[in-house]
Design a protein. Structure first.
Lengths: 314, 441
């Protein structure tokens, strides 16, 4: 994944008009272009676009993957509106997103500012923060389910030493989603921190120095220079983390499998359950398409708002 | 500039349309292949054929299977059997099979969980073995009735049972001794079970009387069925849910009382924790099957096995048989050869070298007297009890399309009740309402 940030676009790129060559040359150039782009294009079309289109057709059928599919038109989509499990799953995803996205951004900025100090062993601290992000979410989930085991886990042991009552954590319908959010934050905050760290180091020193000369204190520099400069990155992180939160699956799979009592069944987990546990591929595909539409709308909405207010993340 | 962009868009649109047409062709267009003709009509036993066999087994058992296939090939040189596990886990076989059906390359013989039978039968790609198993030489009735029922979907036999098992009560003798309790007996009632579980529970040492999965999966659901049957209830009435009867409510109420009132039941949010907890001495009794014996043996636990507790002397249990499903490739020789091989594999003589060797119960009653069975019972002391308990498996889970959906809804309902979030009546009624659609279609 190539990410490019133009925090403050100072030099708009000027593309020189291409001199027109002969036909053969143009064809060769276009062939060369396709030779580079072709393999990747084939991969994207074959492995992403084709299945996505196929999934749309499946979403208009009733199909268990084995018996022949029967066409049901838009009925799968109509059913979503009256399916209490789908609505509950949407609520869980919403709660998770609302907790996770601002949480990871705030923590990310905080940690990035801390890691931007000139202190000894800073490289070591930076590595430490990033390690959980590198670890696979599945491994994180399995580890966390040991830590948060109500009977034998380290978390309750710590609470006991502090004289606090033991909690049920992942086995309590009221707490499980919050605990999952905490685990996800632990795993993902390294990513935000690194992005913000890069953005912080991108802030022109002159701006900070000018503000300091003008008599601004540390807080005012942060408030009026640093934060506005971080804005494009924040837009990107917000979208990125929203997508992460909405698609969170492996963590839930390895910790609660959607339980207890479906309290951590998010939309993505519900789709998995529908399509691959109870073989309702048609209905599962319909829910997946709805999720796709919502994610798309959200992203387009944020980009549009952002373009209108004139910052350059996208 | 605009014109080239429009040109590109048109081309993209054309490509997308082509893709759509292709995909439409992929989902539709499967006929059910039932032309009333026997798949093996005109089978020539001497014809050279190559069969594909998906065993659904991992490492050790897979090697035993490959050995048996080689043995069969040595005796029948014209039949070559390509043996493979088929998928990384048995669970994945169904996905692999459905992909195989879509792509037109599926095996001749595949392992299948019993609860897939309804769906596989609906694929129209299975052989109809009804007449084949009725031949006297097949000795169909030596196989437990519950397993034979599971192999039959819509009146047609679609496979041969590959494995039989059942649920019984496995208990930790040391924990009973420490509590001064008498070991469970075969004529226990559920009240005795409940009372013992309560006494064996000790929060100070994190010890529970028993355990139950509340993951909402089939593991949650099928543990309820024997209780339902013992109370005289039924899972389905035709294609209508019938488990929300008084019998179902009584059955679930017992579990609720143990989990919520007595707190003597460890509630496992996954299906995977209660086995290890039993093995490590934190759960005194678990309702489980012969597949648990290997892990218990490895944990060196002193254990005993008894029949399930009963209602008014009815101790019936549930069996979760697995199948060898035979598929039709419009080739009489392949169909016939596949039948002959499976008949050989599931014969009393060879099954003793297969199921008993890999630690399962014997498939046929005739294997009781084989030396392999004596060796099995010696290695797994509970094996004899599980074998005897096969006689208590009187009813089978329904083999209808839509069972999976219903199972999930019932499992969710049980999980809610055991965690005190619903009454048995509410939960079962809700599960029945949610399942009605899937079962009827």
């Amino acid at each position: 994944m190539a990410l490019t940030f133009a925090a403050t676009p100072r030099t708009p790129q000027v593309v020189a008009p291409r001199p027109r060559g002969k036909r053969g040359r143009a064809a060769r150039r276009s062939l060369t272009g396709w030779a580079f782009a072709g393999p990747a294009t084939l991969m994207v079309v074959g492995l992403s676009i084709f299945p996505a289109v196929w999934a749309f057709f499946i979403s208009r059928t009733k199909w268990n993957g084995i018996a022949p599919a029967t066409d049901v038109g838009w009925r799968n989509y109509q059913r979503i509106a009256t399916d209490p499990d789908a609505i509950a799953a949407a609520q869980h995803t919403l709660v998770l997103t609302v907790l996770f996205v601002p949480g990871s951004i705030l923590l990310g900025i905080l940690i990035a500012v801390a890691l931007n100090q000139r202190i000894r062993l800073i490289g070591f601290y930076r590595t430490c923060i990033f390690v959980p992000y590198v670890a696979s979410a599945a491994a994180t989930g399995i580890l966390a389910s040991f830590v948060f085991n109500p009977q034998f886990g380290a978390a309750n042991e710590a609470l006991r030493r502090l004289g606090l009552p033991a909690q049920q954590f992942l086995e309590s319908p009221g707490q499980a989603l919050i605990v999952i959010c905490l685990i996800a934050l632990w795993g993902e905050v390294g990513f935000c921190a690194v992005i913000y760290l890069a953005a912080l180091q991108d802030i022109p020193r002159e701006l900070v120095e000018a503000a300091t000369v003008d008599g601004a204190g540390k807080w005012r520099v942060f408030r009026h220079i640093t934060l506005p400069e971080l804005r494009p990155v924040t837009v990107f992180t917000a979208i990125w983390q929203t997508i992460t939160a909405m698609q969170l699956f492996d963590l839930i799979y390895t910790t609660t499998r959607g339980g207890p009592m479906n309290s951590t069944q998010t939309v993505v987990y519900y789709i998995y359950e529908l399509a691959f546990q109870t073989q309702r591929l048609g209905y599962g595909a319909a829910v997946a398409y709805l999720l796709f539409a919502v994610t798309m709308l959200l992203t387009v909405g944020v980009i549009w708002y952002n373009r209108r207010s004139g910052s350059g993340a996208f | 500039m605009t014109s080239t962009r429009r040109g590109r868009r048109t081309r993209l649109l054309a490509a997308a349309t082509a893709a759509l047409l292709l995909t439409a062709a992929c989902t539709g267009g499967t006929d059910d292949g039932d032309d009333g003709k026997d798949a093996a009509a005109g089978y020539d036993p001497a014809a050279a054929v190559t069969l594909t066999w998906w065993t659904g087994q991992t490492s050790e058992a897979e090697q035993v299977a490959e050995g048996l296939a080689a043995e069969y090939h040595a005796a029948h040189p014209n039949v070559t059997i390509k043996t493979s596990a088929g998928a990384p886990t048995t669970d994945d076989l169904l996905t692999k099979l459905s992909a195989g059906f879509a792509g037109g390359s599926y095996p001749d013989i595949s392992y299948a969980f019993g609860n897939w039978a309804g769906d596989l039968a609906a694929s129209g790609k299975t052989q109809d073995l009804t007449a084949f198993v009725a031949e006297k030489s097949f000795a169909w009735t030596e196989i437990p009735e519950a397993a034979r029922t599971v192999a039959t979907s819509g009146g047609k036999v679609i496979g041969i049972p590959a494995l039989v098992d059942n649920l019984a009560l496995i208990y930790n003798k040391k924990l009973f001794d420490a509590a001064g309790e008498a070991y469970p007996s075969d004529d226990w009632s559920w009240e005795q079970f409940r009372a013992a579980a309560k006494k064996l529970t000790n929060p100070a040492t994190s010890t529970y009387g028993t355990a139950y999965s509340v993951s909402g999966s089939e593991d949650t659901t099928w543990h309820l069925w024997p209780l339902l049957w013992q109370h005289g209830g039924k899972i389905l009435d035709g294609t209508k849910p019938a488990f929300n009867s008084d019998a179902g409510v009584k059955a679930l109420e017992l579990l609720r009382a143990m989990a919520v009132d007595d707190k003597s039941m460890y509630l496992d949010q996954t299906d995977e924790k209660y086995g290890p907890l039993f093995n490590s001495g934190h759960v005194a009794m678990m309702l489980s099957g012969p597949w648990s014996l290997l892990d218990i043996k490895d944990a060196k636990l002193d254990y005993g096995v008894a029949a399930l507790p009963g209602v008014n002397g009815d101790h019936q249990t549930v069996s979760g048989p697995d199948l060898w499903v035979l598929f039709d490739h419009d080739d009489a020789n392949r169909a016939g050869a596949a039948r002959a091989f499976i008949k050989w594999l599931t014969s009393a003589q060879i099954d003793a070298k297969w199921n008993l060797k890999v630690g399962n119960l014997p498939l046929r009653s005739a294997e009781r007297d084989t030396p392999e069975f004596a060796a099995y019972v010696k290695e797994y002391p509970g094996g004899q009890k599980f074998f005897d308990n096969l006689a208590n498996a009187k009813q089978a889970r329904p083999t209808v399309a839509g069972y999976e959906v219903m199972s999930r809804n019932v499992g969710d309902g049980i999980a809610k009740v055991l965690q005190g979030a619903a009454t048995p009546k509410e939960a079962l009624d809700e599960a029945a309402r949610k399942s009605a659609d899937a079962l009827e279609e």
